[in-house]
Design a binder for this molecule. Structure first.
Ligand SMILES: NC(=O)c1ccc[n+]([C@@H]2O[C@H](COP(=O)([O-])OP(=O)(O)OC[C@H]3O[C@@H](n4cnc5c(N)ncnc54)[C@H](OP(=O)(O)O)[C@@H]3O)[C@@H](O)[C@H]2O)c1
Length: 259
């Protein structure tokens, strides 16, 4: 097969959680352009509607399902809907996550700790369990977990270490499931992004404008990542091109971890 054909996703169906904005939206666009049928999920109806409208206007095959994945019950319900109405899923990208708090550990409430663990880890476990289980008899699947460089290195800009802890656990979950499911033809890999200019970071920049320059100057390439720069990496991991890669954590950070 010619090398570019390995990236063709025609006939594949993908679910991308948090696909309505930011990195998830760009991964949805990349997989859709490669020919996949894409389902995006998110918690906000208007964000989903706008993303679907944009992607469909680009002639991509995209639909959406609303679910708040900070709730394990809603994560289970999303899986039920997918398995009932949208099976089979060939490619699962567990992208939802975030920190939304900057509280030192000594002041962190248990309920805030748990909320961040559920948002970044528990829902990814539930979707992998249910939708990955359905890949096993089909003997093919791609699972991509969106971690963070903060899974590998705490950093000093933020506090509230439940985020770092959840992302680190997500990378070990990636490796463990990759080992268990390799025999079933399912690959499980993680992407560890460095700083990208998405709404989540624009909110922090809005609160403290000097943050934008501080972060840029801490990166060897001297700039934040552009959200669309994650699309090709997600496509690689979602496609036949990555057939011999599993259990890997791929850092994409402009060299941030080098300094
Ligand atoms: N941006 C970075 O610099 C960076 C760096 C390292 C890792 N990451 C990781 O990359 C992933 C995406 O980050 P991002 O910066 O693209 O985030 P973002 O701009 O905040 O977008 C997050 C997406 O997730 C959805 N979402 C958020 N909370 C949700 C919830 N409770 N239930 C369902 N959907 C929810 C949002 O949709 P709604 O608004 O509709 O809910 C949106 O589609 C996250 O896991 C993040 O931790 C990002």
């Amino acid at each position: 097969m010619a090398v570019l054909d390995l990236f063709n996703l025609s006939g594949r169906r993908a679910l991308i959680t948090g696909g309505s904005r930011g990195l998830g939206l760009e991964m949805a666009r990349a997989l859709g352009e490669a020919g996949a049928e894409v389902i995006i999920s998110g918690s906000n109806h208007d964000h989903l509607a706008r993303a679907c409208e944009d992607l469909c206007s680009e002639d991509l095959h995209v639909s959406s399902i609303q679910a708040d994945l900070s709730s394990p019950n809603q994560a289970e319900r999303l899986c039920e809907i997918i398995l009932r109405d949208h099976a089979p899923i060939d490619i699962l990208i567990n992208n939802v996550g975030g920190r939304r708090l900057n509280t030192p550990t000594e002041n962190l409430d248990l309920k805030d700790w748990q909320r961040i663990i559920d948002l970044n880890l528990t829902q990814a476990f539930l979707l992998t369990k249910h939708l990955g289980a359905a890949m096993i008899p089909r003997k093919w699947g791609r699972i991509i977990n969106i971690a963070s460089i903060n899974a590998l290195w705490p950093g000093k800009a933020m506090r509230g270490r439940s985020y770092e802890t959840a992302k680190a656990a997500l990378t070990m979950f990636t490796k463990a499931v990759a080992a268990d499911w390799a025999v079933h033809g399912i690959t499980v890999n993680a992407i560890a992004p460095g700083p990208f200019l998405t709404d989540a970071n624009r909110r922090w920049i809005g609160e403290r404008p000097e943050f934008e320059g501080e972060v840029a100057s801490s990166i060897p390439m001297g700039r934040w990542g552009r959200p669309e720069e994650i699309g090709p990496l997600a496509l690689y991991l979602a496609s036949e091109a990555s057939s011999y890669m599993t259990g890997s954590v791929l850092v994409i950070d402009g060299g941030r971890l080098l300094w």
